[in-house]
Design a protein around this ligand. Structure first.
Ligand SMILES: [Zn+2]
Length: 85
């Protein structure tokens, strides 16, 4: 798995359509990629906090904000990565 593929999975995670925690390729990439670990930790904390107060999932508005925050952080940690173009 590449960083860009992991980011795509994260987008689906934010949408609630996939859980990266059960994805072996996702975990394997994270084990060897520190920038991605930072991004994923941040997103997981945000989603966990939010779900504690909103048991019915993330509202569309919040999903878009989270996607935007994800892209910003991605550019910071992957300045020359494929997802930054
Ligand atoms: Zn990565």
């Amino acid at each position: 798995m590449k960083c860009a593929e992991l980011m795509q999975l994260l987008n689906e995670y934010v949408d609630g359509s996939v859980d990266p925690a059960i994805c072996t390729a996702f975990e394997q990439h994270l084990a060897g990629c520190n920038p991605c670990q930072v991004v994923v930790d941040n997103i997981r904390q945000t989603i966990t906090l939010y779900r504690n107060g909103q048991p019915y999932g993330l509202p569309r508005k919040y999903q878009r904000r989270l996607h935007a925050a994800l892209r910003r952080r991605w550019r910071q940690t992957h300045p020359s990565g494929p997802a930054s173009s």
